[in-house]
Design a protein around this ligand. Structure first.
Ligand code: BG6
Length: 370
């Protein structure tokens, strides 16, 4: 049951740290090598994989988009991410060396199931990343990597999203290990950093919920929102936007920050709320400056700006009306913390509007029709 929380969504957001910790549990040995015992695909097959295609819908597809940045960087093979319902109907290029990764919380999404059937018919291997033991998608896949987020009841996915990112990252590190594209020490180092993430997520829950609530109160009557991010912040922007659509019924557009000047800036008018995921300023990150100048642009047009930014960011406060702070963490792991205030924000908005946050209108937890 809800265990004292006002909604399942509230409870499940507060289980984000645990979902990350539990998904990591038992996935590495004492030496810090990744062990994916439950994945019954041979080492020789893994070594031959030369392309990954992630198929998923909704939130799960955004977890796949996050993973693309990490896996391509670590394993040096192309990773495509495709909405499952588009995949099957465009004659995708599939070979026995293609690994199709089907990501699904429920494991019952028909679009995703049909996509994986198609991939297997074409001779590709399918690995499922799933949160539900024994569901159709894992049953029909060649291998499964379960997320251990625990049952997710609220229709809008929260803790499953962070767990899906962790599982996909474990898969990426495992591939890097078997293909030898990374040094063992590097893999161990990233594992250590992953193990530190639950604490950082907890920090956000403990220290940023107040800011988030304030921003929600301020913006509760806004008719539309724009969310923008770059690099791994891009799928986080898409996910933040989706949450707001799903439960607060607010017209929201998420896009890549670099696209601003190619169109969406035309939407920005006085008072328009714009949420920006700001990359870390550390290491003279060039993307930091570019995203900051994006905030500057919208601010100059009178936007109300909400930034998700790293503690100690030297520039953000100058342009942002509100900042949701993230503790310092490696860029590739930042989506695990950055999505948390956005989950809270959507929930607060929905609550303030008097909506049922657990059961939004027109939506089902798992969509078992195509
Ligand atoms: C949608 C849900 O219908 O399915 C989303 O409303 C969810 O919240 C999507 O992200 C995919 O679901 P699953 O179970 O395949 O991860």
């Amino acid at each position: 049951e809800k265990g004292g929380w006002p909604s399942f969504m509230d409870k499940e957001i507060h289980e984000d740290p645990e979902a990350v910790a539990n998904t990591l549990l038992g996935r590495f040995d004492e030496q810090g090598d990744i062990v994916l015992d439950e994945v019954h695909i041979g080492l020789d097959v893994f070594r031959q994989i030369d392309k990954i295609i992630v198929v998923a819908c909704g939130t799960a597809s955004y977890a796949g988009m996050v993973a693309k940045y990490a896996i391509e960087h670590w394993v040096r093979i192309p990773v495509e991410v495709e909405l499952a319902h588009e995949f099957r109907y465009r004659d995708p290029i599939l070979t026995p060396r293609t690994l199709v990764v089907a990501i699904s919380q429920s494991g019952e999404t028909m679009d995703t199931l049909m996509a994986l059937r198609h991939a297997r018919e074409q001779g590709s291997r399918v690995l499922a990343i799933c949160n539900t033991q024994g569901a159709s998608i894992p049953r029909e896949s060649d291998a499964v990597l379960y997320t251990h987020a625990g049952p997710e009841i609220a229709v809008a996915s929260t803790k499953a999203f962070v767990a899906q990112i962790v599982a996909a990252y474990l898969l990426g590190l495992y591939l890097a290990q078997v293909k030898g594209t990374m040094y063992r020490d590097e893999i161990r180092h990233i594992l250590e950093q992953l193990k530190g993430m639950p604490e950082k997520i907890q920090w956000v829950l403990d220290n940023q919920a107040g800011n988030v609530e304030q921003a929600a109160k301020q913006m509760v009557n806004a008719h539309s929102f724009l969310f923008l991010g770059r690099h791994v912040g891009y799928p986080v922007a898409l996910e933040g936007a989706l949450k707001l659509k799903e439960i607060a019924y607010t017209f929201t557009e998420g896009f890549a920050a670099g696209e601003l000047k190619h169109g969406p800036i035309a939407l920005v008018d006085a008072g328009e709320p714009v949420v920006v995921i700001v990359p870390s300023a550390r290491g003279r990150n060039i993307l930091h400056n570019k995203v900051i100048s994006g905030i500057e642009e919208v601010k100059a047009r009178g936007a109300y700006t909400i930034a998700v930014a790293e503690l100690g960011d030297p520039d953000v406060e100058q342009y942002a009306d509100v900042v949701f702070w993230r503790p310092v963490c490696p860029t590739l792991l930042s989506p695990l913390v950055d999505v948390v205030p956005l989950q809270l924000f959507a929930m607060d908005m929905a609550q303030l509007k008097g909506y049922d946050v657990d059961k939004p209108r027109n939506l089902a937890k798992s969509v078992t029709v195509e």
